[in-house]
Design a protein around this ligand. Structure first.
Ligand SMILES: Cc1ncc(COP(=O)(O)O)c(C=O)c1O
Length: 366
């Protein structure tokens, strides 16, 4: 009986390394609240991501909501419907109106030629997503943002550690958000981070995640509790030491997929760009039913029957969510709709063996 292969598998450091990392917590009794591990992880991430400021949070979603609040974004935000629920929910949950821009058919990031048509006098920000680690056309987005005086907050949940044109993605936009959720390339079990150039934002983010308190007594703004604990930060410190190895293992599995699936008629795999160093976070494949002979749903069912668990990332579009359609007038995004119907994310994680990739590909090609 073949073992079940899930779409993702969490990376963990050696057990002893984590035990060693947390052992001094039993002396300090400092469990949360910007402790030494939290501080160390911020420093280590600044250095790893080659970026001036990292602030840590309880998860990526809260980080994104708080970025929108601290940057005082109001009104309308142009974003993509081809993403995880969090991006759209964060925008809506802080009282903003999501305006959905279609995506391009090559790498599924926002179609930058369609952004300007959506700008109104109420538009204040753009929230693009580096979906699957495909980096958005940041130059064009920067140009549009400057021209129309818009803030840019990247959802970089999938893009940890990636570089484009020699620069780390953490340095794009006004703020970038990373998710350190268990299934991400780099994880702190649950966790998230914001990266940004403006030093003045550090104390704002520190206060808003701590009930709006800059100091110890008064609360000068409305805030919440979105702190990362010392145990989560300790997991991050350990995982960060191994993340390059983990990315390399992902790359080996990715390359095996490419070897096996390239050229198969009716299958589309995003091409990689020369100026990007990838983290191999996901392996999305599109099935064109007419040419391939099977729909995405048929393919997904066949894989599941054979003990492989793919995911329909990202289906449905977030603009099709019941609550979003109830609350907002959503834009028509035909390309995103077509891709959401054809896409299937196949298993990819550090340690997925060549034999396992072959097992998956054999079912796909049968
Ligand atoms: C694109 C995207 N944005 C935001 C999030 C939210 O991150 P978190 O789960 O850390 O809250 C996730 C993933 O979980 C994601 O995939």
């Amino acid at each position: 009986m073949n073992k079940v292969i899930n779409v993702v598998r969490a990376s963990l450091p050696p057990f002893e390394e984590y035990v060693e990392e947390i052992s001094d917590i039993w002396e300090s009794r400092w469990l949360t609240h910007t402790g030494p591990k939290h501080q160390q992880l911020e420093k280590d991430l600044e250095s790893f991501l080659d970026t001036p400021n990292v602030e840590l949070f309880s998860n990526g979603h809260m980080a994104l909501e708080l970025a929108l609040r601290v940057l005082k974004v109001k009104g309308e935000v142009i974003t993509t419907p081809f993403t995880f629920a969090s991006t759209t929910q964060a925008i809506a949950d802080v009282g903003l109106t999501p305006v959905f821009c279609d995506i391009n058919e090559t790498d599924y990031t926002m179609d930058v030629d369609k952004i300007e048509d959506l700008i109104t006098e109420k538009t204040e920000a753009i929230v693009p997503v580096h979906v699957y680690g495909n980096i958005c056309d940041y130059k064009k987005i920067e140009e549009i943002a400057e021209k129309h005086h818009l803030k840019v907050i990247y959802d970089a949940a999938h893009a940890f550690g990636e570089t484009i044109d020699g620069k780390n993605v953490a340095n794009l936009g006004d703020v970038s958000m990373f998710s350190f959720h268990a299934t991400k390339v780099f994880n702190t079990v649950e966790g998230g981070g914001l990266t940004f150039a403006d030093d003045a934002l550090c104390k704002e983010f520190a206060a808003i995640r701590q009930f709006g308190m800059y100091g110890k007594e008064d609360a000068e703004m409305l805030g919440t509790n979105a702190k990362m604990t010392e145990f989560h930060a300790a997991m991050g410190l350990c995982n960060l030491r191994h993340v390059l190895e983990e990315i390399n293992k992902r790359k080996m599995a990715y390359e095996r997929y490419i070897e096996r699936l390239t050229g198969v008629e009716g299958i589309y795999i995003c091409p990689q760009k020369e100026n990007v160093s990838y983290n191999y976070a996901y392996f999305p494949v599109r099935f064109n039913e007419e040419i391939f002979g099977k729909s995405r749903d048929q393919m997904a069912n066949e894989l599941i029957q054979n003990g492989i668990v793919p995911r329909k990332y990202f289906y449905p579009l977030t603009s099709d969510f019941t609550i979003i359609k109830e609350k907002f007038v959503v834009q028509d995004t035909p390309i995103a709709g077509k891709i959401a119907d054809e896409i299937l994310t196949l298993p990819l994680y550090a340690g997925l063996s060549e034999e396992e990739v072959d097992r998956i590909c054999d079912i796909v090609m049968k």
